[in-house]
Design a protein around this ligand. Structure first.
Ligand code: AMP
Ligand code: MG
Length: 487
């Protein structure tokens, strides 16, 4: 199939006009393809080679609109850093429509495609730097098995874009079943539009949560399910050491998918208080705060859904699933990370003790868990690679002895455990310095590193001997990198 034949349907544009503005993307001058995700292409039934061909660039840039597409910019509001911010978007994203896939409908959205009526002070563009980061991280998260929006492509242009310095423009094609956010509901609630609020909720339930139609109170059931999914998503973030950086309610998907990659980061030397977003002065979105912020965001959604649910008590009950769902998922994920096949008394203490020594030694989070699968249950011979990650060796030895005793308590077999652990503890993550190198090369029109990282991170759990160096400690200069909301 050629790219021009995307069989778009326009389910979101089927909502009343209040929900969006119909408009065309602003053409991007002389666009060139920076990167394309073959697996994302295949998901929407497109041939990667066809999409990567020069004829397709105009389509991926938004310069040419497929025949069946009805482009729209959706409206939403949200809480930013805990404060009601009013209307926020879509300031630079344009929805092209949805395509039927084996996994259900997938919407395609151009991010950075020019101004919309909701652009506020913005220019409607995104820079190459942040576009590459979003592209790589979306696909890396997918590779890690974490719920996320996908990224199909990045297209660049030499058009200048003013940020702290002059950068160049880029457009990412993102994909998700829907881009409706918590803030989409808050928008109608705070604008006192109960009719639209209901239309949006009915649309989301009908299309994405059809089973909930049968519930006595489908809106309470929706809140409960979204709360559950959000808790699950954040448990995944914590387990892999992912920090989103800007968990505003407009950046929370109604599907419980990771969305809007900005100043994200992956944990390196473990520090629960790490703040990955340079613009987050008070550390609201620090690693350790993410679970409770997820809950806070569900409260904000609950507030917006309350008029539909009709009862405070039901609303509260739906929110109350957050803590147990999070606890259940994180427990399960951490047990798997430790290679524990059973749940036993004392496991909590073992985990707490581990996080305490990771914290006080700032051991590299990813490297620690990957090396942990090499530990032997019988005794400390072979501990050296792990032990070397700790300045306080006696503290490590003490923990390792306790862990070994715990492994023996379930007759854990070293080889079996290693296999299982290496399926859940990634060898390769998208460290900031890796993205930075790829970005700098791309800014000089060398896109090979973006492509290499894309392929690497599609298989984060596999040994890839030719790429061993990506599994090493980050270089010293990487500590100087800072990422902010500027994108
Ligand atoms: P973010 O923190 O990146 O999620 O952005 C918050 C909101 O600001 C989003 O809803 C965007 O629509 C909008 N926005 C961000 N950058 C721009 C831009 N350069 N031009 C227009 N709108 C923007
Ligand atoms: Mg956003």
């Amino acid at each position: 199939m050629t790219n021009a034949h995307f069989r778009f349907e326009n389910s979101f544009a089927g909502l009343p006009p209040a929900f969006y503005t119909r408009l065309l993307p602003t053409p991007l001058p002389a666009p060139y393809l920076v990167a394309l995700s073959p697996s994302a292409a295949r998901l929407i039934g497109a041939d990667p080679a066809t999409l990567a061909a020069p004829e397709s660039v105009d389509l991926l840039a938004g310069n040419r609109i497929a025949e069946l597409s009805t482009p729209v910019a959706a409206v939403y509001s949200g809480h930013q850093f805990g404060v009601w911010a009013g209307q926020l978007g879509d300031g630079r994203a344009i929805l092209l429509g949805d395509i039927a896939t084996d996994e259900g409908p997938m919407e395609l959205q151009l991010k950075g495609a020019g101004m919309t009526p909701y652009s506020r002070m913005g220019d409607g563009r995104a820079v190459l730097r942040s576009s590459i980061r979003e592209f790589l991280c979306s696909e890396a998260m997918h590779g890690l098995g974490i719920p996320t929006t996908r990224a199909l492509s990045v297209v660049g242009s030499d058009q200048g874009v003013v940020r702290e310095s002059i950068e160049t423009a880029a457009v990412v094609v993102r994909m998700a079943p829907t881009f409706v956010r918590f803030g989409s509901f808050e928008h109608w609630y705070y604008n006192r539009k109960p009719e639209e609020l209901k239309q949006l909720a009915d649309y989301v339930i009908e299309r994405f949560y059809p089973a909930l139609r049968e519930e006595e109170n489908p809106y309470a059931a929706l809140l409960e399910e979204v709360t559950r999914r959000t808790a699950r998503m954040i448990a995944h973030w914590q387990a892999v050491g992912f920090m989103h950086g800007v968990m505003n309610t407009d950046n929370m998907s109604i599907l419980g998918q990771t969305i809007d990659y900005g100043p994200f980061g992956f944990m390196e030397g473990f520090d629960a208080h790490h703040i990955c977003n340079h613009s987050d002065d008070h550390g609201r979105y620090a690693y350790a705060n993410q679970p409770q912020i997820g809950h806070w965001n569900c409260y904000a959604l609950a507030q917006a859904l309350l008029p539909l649910i009709g009862e405070v008590e039901l609303t509260q009950e739906a929110l109350d699933v957050y803590q147990p769902a999070f606890a259940q998922h994180i427990d399960q994920l951490l047990h798997a990370k430790l290679g524990l096949a059973t749940v036993q008394e004392g496991d909590r203490a073992l985990l707490d003790a581990l996080f305490a020594i990771l914290q006080s030694n700032h051991a590299d989070y990813t490297i620690f868990f990957r090396r942990l699968s090499g530990l032997r249950a019988a005794g400390p011979e072979g501990d050296a690679p792990l032990r070397d990650l700790f300045i306080d060796r006696p503290a490590f030895d003490q923990w390792a002895d306790a862990y070994r005793a715990r492994l023996r308590a379930e007759n854990s077999d070293d080889a079996t455990r290693k296999l299982a652990m290496d399926q859940v503890n990634p060898k390769y993550i998208l460290r900031n310095y890796m993205a930075q190198i790829a970005i700098e090369k791309a800014q000089n029109k060398d896109f090979s590193e973006v492509e290499r990282l894309l392929a690497l991170l599609a298989r984060p759990f596999d040994e890839q001997p030719e790429h061993e160096h990506y599994a090493a400690f980050p270089p010293d200069w990487s500590t100087q990198l800072s990422v902010s909301c500027s994108s």
